[in-house]
Design a protein around this ligand. Structure first.
Ligand code: ZN
Length: 402
């Protein structure tokens, strides 16, 4: 059962960068981990490897909740956490890191609270925002395994490509309605990558997201737990990873299938002919910063398409959610200004059935406005991708913005 080979040994580091043979486990740790340390093949050495390991979980949602909770509980030494979204009521049926009183709290803060309570020995490293997409490979190189728990294609492709560039393994998981998928990609072991399986990103809007297709929490639990298990096997040296294999779970019938994945010799990411040599934000649907990591770039309209609607007399209601100060320099024609912080109290100024396009400076606040409005029954809301900055760039360079 013990997995041998360079991949396992080289991934293990103590804070000084090497395996500490003299390391000891405290009485608390010995008691806490006893039931897993008596597992065949794991033992004290496996536990020390887990404690020496560094794993980054991206996304504190449906998959990230069980993944991060099991990793922390198992005694992982360093757990990086990336997210920038806030907890909302409709998250709670599946995102078990969070609870009802924490609605409105940053998911990262909620995750830190839950995980530090589960295991105070685990060092938690939050990554909230401000990391450029271009810097992802450098960030990933600081970790032994990356666990992708995001829910949108641009981020998934960006994370996979960055893992290949950083030569770090990726514990992949995704769900769609009753079906879940999981695999383990490792460029350092000559294994296929995510793009060997799915070479190009689907067109925006061509695959329904969770909000449109539906999602059930227990399946998130299954797949997120598998991702945690893959990471734990890798760092502890126990078992066999899902390298070159795609696990497909049909939760409706509980059928589990494993499909073999071949390495694509012309893979755009991991082959000798790879065209992806760096992470360029614009190539991932305009994702400028990985502060967008958990912000799906879906449900959006481009500036050019919005201009087309306006010019053909089909203008939706344009809702500017910036602060009044920001609007002084210019707004879209006919737009209504309701600052995001006033939106909850002023929803009655708009008809729920009316098509609305929300916008702000760069598209982040207005995405929150969109989510908020949909929760409150607005049927037809889109977000202007890239905000007024994109409008100025693509449609009206004479306008100004802060
Ligand atoms: Zn590949």
């Amino acid at each position: 059962m013990l997995l041998t080979g360079a991949a396992v040994v080289t991934c293990i580091r103590d804070p000084e960068g090497r395996m500490n043979e003299e390391a000891t486990l405290s009485a608390d740790e010995l008691t806490r981990y006893h039931r897993q340390m008596i597992l065949p093949g794991l033992g004290r050495e496996g536990q020390l490897r887990i404690r020496a390991a560094r794993v980054l979980v991206i996304g504190m949602g449906g998959l990230g909740s069980p993944a991060a909770m099991y990793l922390a509980a198992a005694g992982l030494g360093t757990l990086g956490l990336a997210d920038f979204d806030k907890v909302e009521l409709h998250n709670l049926h599946r995102q078990i890191l969070h609870d009802t009183p924490r609605c409105g709290m940053a998911k990262l803060d909620s995750a830190l609270r839950s995980l530090s309570a589960i295991n105070p020995h685990c060092r938690l490293v939050p990554h909230s925002q401000g990391i450029r997409a271009e810097d992802l490979p450098g960030l990933f190189a600081d970790y032994d395994v990356i666990v992708d728990c995001t829910d949108n294609f641009p981020t998934r492709y960006m994370v996979s490509d960055a893992c290949v560039l950083a030569r770090r393994p990726l514990a992949y998981g995704s769900i769609f309605q009753y079906e879940g998928q999981a695999s383990f990609f490792d460029p350092a072991q000559d294994a296929p990558c995510y793009r060997c399986l799915f070479p190009e990103m689907p067109e925006p809007g061509s695959v329904p997201n969770c909000a449109q297709a539906g999602v059930i929490g227990a399946l998130c639990g299954i797949i997120g737990s598998i991702q945690a298990m893959e990471a734990l096997k890798f760092v502890s040296g126990v078992g066999e990873n899902l390298l070159g294999r795609l696990l497909v779970v049909d939760a409706a019938t509980m059928a589990f299938r494993t499909l073999n994945i071949k390495r694509d010799l012309n893979c755009p990411s991991c082959s000798h002919n790879a065209r992806i040599r760096s992470i360029i934000a614009q190539e991932y649907d305009g994702a400028a910063h990985c502060q967008n990591l958990d912000m799906a770039r879906r449900d959006e309209i481009s500036a050019a398409d919005l201009q087309g609607l306006i010019e053909t007399g089909h203008s939706p209601l344009l809702l500017d959610v910036r602060d009044p100060d920001e609007c002084r320099l210019g707004m879209l024609p006919g737009a209504l200004n309701i600052p995001l912080y006033e939106l909850a109290g002023r929803l009655d100024e708009m008809e729920q059935s009316m098509p609305v396009v929300t916008y702000c400076h760069s598209g982040l606040r207005s995405m929150r406005a969109l989510k908020f409005m949909r929760e409150r029954g607005f049927k037809s809301v889109l977000n202007l991708r890239g905000g007024i900055l994109a409008w100025i760039r693509e449609v009206d360079p004479t306008m100004k913005a802060f």
